[in-house]
Design a protein around this ligand. Structure first.
Ligand SMILES: NC(=O)c1ccc[n+]([C@@H]2O[C@H](COP(=O)([O-])OP(=O)(O)OC[C@H]3O[C@@H](n4cnc5c(N)ncnc54)[C@H](O)[C@@H]3O)[C@@H](O)[C@H]2O)c1
Length: 244
């Protein structure tokens, strides 16, 4: 089992489908977990499910003050060693109908907020000469998807940003990687029409949707000491939907 007992991890989007599985998995490996999402009640429920090494602060990740508030909140727990940049939204429609608001909201949550958080955290990680940054991209950020120009741009942006940050901090013991999930069963995908779901399943050699746990298992590895020589990478977790 991977050992995260000496580590404090910050997970954004922690009460979502994938975030919750990540929180449970890293907690089980001994990490102190700091959970953040929009709704404090849902966060409190998750803290109760986990136990005494779990702590939560609700913020809107796009607020200017959010990174500073989260860092301050984490101080009593030794600061943040591992960032799981997982919060994300979709606002889908064909490009010719996409409003500026739909574009800006998705870029702001999925890409800009992650950058702001990483920028605030890096000095701390540099001082410790150890750090792990794992950002949740998407298969859509690699191959695009009709109706998701905003989402694809945000996830492709995360992948490119991660490669740049990885180069900037590699010599300090800090790694930065992305995970690109395929089609995972969570609240984000449950409302898709049945015909869209079936069309997706037809493209997956394993003939099933992924589970949040499939993603959390890879997060755990990328958060550990064992992944020390992997940086600037995007790990595709998609049941064979895309093979690179
Ligand atoms: N489910 C999939 O098939 C799939 C595929 C590829 C990538 N992803 C990515 O995985 C990540 C997790 O997705 P999920 O499927 O668990 O979705 P989800 O909707 O269940 O969870 C996303 C979480 O992010 C939170 N969030 C959204 N906007 C926020 C904001 N402004 N401030 C703070 N928190 C905010 C939401 O409250 C929610 O709890 C996302 O980045 C998503 O793009 C999901």
């Amino acid at each position: 089992m991977l050992d995260l007992t000496q580590r404090t991890v910050l997970i954004t989007g922690a009460t979502g489908g994938i975030g919750r599985a990540i929180a449970k998995t890293l907690y089980a490996q001994g990490a102190t977990v700091i959970l953040t999402d929009i709704n404090q009640e849902r966060l409190d429920g998750l803290v109760q499910d986990l136990g005494e090494r779990a702590h939560a602060l609700a913020v809107n990740i796009t607020d200017k003050e959010a990174p500073k508030s989260l860092l301050k909140f984490s101080e009593p727990f030794g600061g943040i060693d591992i960032l799981i940049n997982n919060a994300g939204i979709t606002k889908d429609t064909l490009s010719m109908r996409m409003t500026d608001e739909m574009w800006n909201q998705v870029l702001s949550v999925n890409l800009t907020a992650g950058f702001h958080l990483i920028r605030e955290l890096l000095p701390q990680m540099m001082k410790k000469r150890w750090g792990r940054i794992v950002s949740m991209a998407s298969i859509v950020g690699v191959i695009g998807n009709l109706g998701q120009a905003n989402y694809a741009a945000s996830k492709g942006g995360l992948i490119a940003m991660t490669k740049s940050i990885a180069q900037e901090v590699a010599s300090r013991g800090i790694t930065a990687n992305c995970i690109a999930p395929g089609f995972i069963a969570t609240p984000m995908t449950e409302n898709l029409p049945d015909n869209v779901k079936q069309a997706m399943l037809d493209r997956i050699p394993m003939k099933r949707m992924g589970t949040p746990q499939d993603i959390a298992n890879v997060v755990a590895f990328l958060a550990s000491d064992e992944s020390a020589y992997i940086t600037g990478q995007t790990i595709n977790v998609n049941g064979g939907m895309l093979m690179l």
